[in-house]
Design a protein around this ligand. Structure first.
Ligand code: RIB
Ligand code: CA
Length: 313
């Protein structure tokens, strides 16, 4: 079976970095057409730079990285330096990128790539706020029908929120963009906190990354050492939740995940619950299903896959 062609839309972010590394380590299953950076965890200049850093860490300097939207559609940017550090990739001491960003706006790259490939052949993998994706869908509605699948990290159901009591960060930062994407009709597969909070980098798992002894393995372990402190203190959890790698792991081993095809709507009006993904898990509303919303993960299988693939870089 030929590799799935994808665009990774990202706001690195240590967990974004691991998701990108996993994709680049899996060329038989995934062909990364390019990365599109969006403002999220840290401002756009840093997420763009970090995306380039990760491609070069993976030994893939040729991967196009396009800078995208620097603010949400309709509200000021909210960032997460408290989680990811000032650079967005705090932890390892990684060199500045040697290569430049690829000219051209990320939204144009998304639109042009979808129009240039056969319908149903390109998968979009948003790992941050959905501003770039929503802008592409709004500016070029014809491309929506050309999308094979949108596999995104975002939202929550039973787990509650992580940036407010009811909202997950990626959705909260740009709820208007999320609303466009969730109502677009594009096939959606969602990796919410209900799944990612079960993908915890415990000490043995992080030791396995470090034991790879490679620049990638050591960098991932050092990213996790930094990234985990916030979640362990907040949740008392056994390690950092690896949110974004659930997206690229799904493309390789969908059998590691369990979910339901349900209706998911986005709260865009209430100040109290802004950015909440209202997931009709028990199908009580009668609203048409629009997303495969994941609820469970084989965490041991996930980390076995991740460690084995990172060892390839
Ligand atoms: O809520 C977790 C998500 O927000 C992850 O994608 C993380 O990188 C941040 O973007
Ligand atoms: Ca992210």
């Amino acid at each position: 079976m030929s590799a799935r062609k994808i665009i990774i839309d990202t706001d690195p972010g240590q967990d974004d970095a691991v998701a990108i590394l996993l994709a680049l380590a899996s060329p038989d299953e995934i062909e990364v057409l390019g990365l599109t950076a969006v403002a999220g965890n840290v401002p756009l200049p840093l997420t763009s730079k970090n995306a380039r850093i990760i491609c070069e860490l993976a030994g893939r300097p040729e991967i196009p990285v396009h800078a995208g939207c620097d603010t949400p559609l309709a509200r000021p940017l909210v960032t997460a330096e408290h989680v990811h550090g000032k650079t967005g990739l705090d932890g390892p001491d990684l060199p500045d990128p040697e290569g430049d960003l690829t000219p051209g706006h990320a939204v144009d790259f998304i639109i042009d790539t979808l129009r240039a490939h056969p319908p149903g052949s390109v998968t979009l993998c948003p790992l941050g706020p959905l501003t770039n994706i929503a802008t592409a869908f709004r500016d070029a509605p014809d491309v929506i029908a050309r999308v094979r699948e949108v596999v995104l990290m975002g939202g929550a159901c039973f787990e509650g929120g992580n940036i407010t009591p009811s909202a997950e960060f990626n959705i909260y930062v740009d709820p208007e963009a999320a609303n466009i994407v969730f109502r677009s009709g594009a096939p959606l597969t969602v990796m919410p906190l209900d799944v990612t909070h079960k993908a915890l980098v415990t000490k043995p798992r992080n030791d396995a990354f470090r034991a790879l002894g490679t620049p990638v393995g050591i960098a991932v372990a050092e990213m996790t050492d930094f990234f985990e402190r916030f979640d362990k203190e907040k949740y008392g959890s056994a390690g950092a939740p690896l949110h974004d790698p659930c997206v690229t792991a799904y493309l390789i081993r969908p059998d590691l995940f369990r979910g339901r095809h349900i209706n998911v709507e986005i709260e865009t009006r209430s100040d109290l619950t802004l950015g909440m993904t209202v997931a009709d898990w028990w199908r009580v509303t009668g609203r048409a299903p629009n997303a495969t919303f994941m609820g469970d993960i084989d965490a041991d299988g996930f980390f076995t896959l991740l460690t084995e693939r990172l060892a390839r870089l």
